[in-house]
Write a protein that binds this ligand. Structure first.
Ligand code: ZN
Length: 237
């Protein structure tokens, strides 16, 4: 079921699922909403497989993207996001949902999501926040390491929505070198002139690998959901 479509009596006793991503530059060839679209696909798959048990929240498309420096992004600060998500989780609990699974598509959200999880979970006995992340997956899928807008993300997007991958714009990227310290001490625009962090070579686009990556991620999200269900059943008993 979808949160915006159910009535107040339908929310109780369900598990909430919310996708969270970013609105930020993904090189010259991928959409600004790449991370949000991927997380949203996973969360909607879960809702369509378990419509009676899962409530799909509207996607939180904005995230924390300061690591992009002078390249375009639309986002909020870490502290605002922590407060926003903690409030959201607390009201989810008050509304009678059993737990909340956050499906994250964006690396810049990782550390704040860990804080939110700790803040909510250590203050509540039964209601828990669970995190499922797309970050750091599929490192061995290509012989390059895609840290941002590279082979993995481009191939995933090609599987999800090929029309959103501007293949002709790939030619604009003439330098794939990456300076040390990206995401730690320097922003993506300082690490690579095109803001693309694909360590080891140029971008390979393989829709089959993109599909494999998304389907494997869904299988892992589904098994997280089944574990959440199991722990809720134990809590009940
Ligand atoms: Zn991304």
């Amino acid at each position: 079921m979808k949160l915006l479509e159910v009535t107040r009596d339908q929310v109780k006793g369900k598990v909430g699922v919310i996708a969270i991503g970013s609105v930020e530059q993904h090189g010259p060839h991928l959409p600004m909403g790449t991370d949000s679209l991927m997380a949203e696909w996973l969360a909607s798959q879960l809702e369509s497989s378990y419509p009676e048990e899962v409530i799909l929240f509207p996607t939180l498309t904005y995230g924390c993207s300061f690591e992009h420096g002078n390249q375009p992004f639309i986002g909020v600060s870490y502290i605002n996001m922590i407060n926003f998500l903690t409030d959201l989780a607390e009201s989810t609990k008050r509304a009678g949902l059993l737990s909340l699974i956050i499906v994250n598509g964006h690396g810049g959200n990782e550390s704040l999501l860990d804080v939110v999880r700790r803040q909510v979970n250590f203050a509540n006995d039964k209601f828990k926040v669970y995190l499922f992340s797309m970050v750091g997956r599929d490192k061995g899928l290509f012989n390059v390491i895609d840290m941002h807008a590279g082979s993995v993300e481009t191939s995933r997007m090609f599987f999800l929505k090929p029309s959103l991958v501007r293949m002709e714009k790939l030619k604009e990227i003439r330098d794939f070198s990456v300076k040390e310290g990206v995401f730690q001490t320097i922003t993506t625009d300082k690490a690579n002139p095109y803001g693309v962090i694909n360590v080891g070579g140029d971008i390979q686009v393989d829709p089959k690998k993109g599909e494999e990556s998304m389907r494997n991620a869904y299988a892992d999200l589904e098994s997280l959901f089944l574990r959440v269900k199991q722990s809720l059943a134990i809590n009940e008993g």
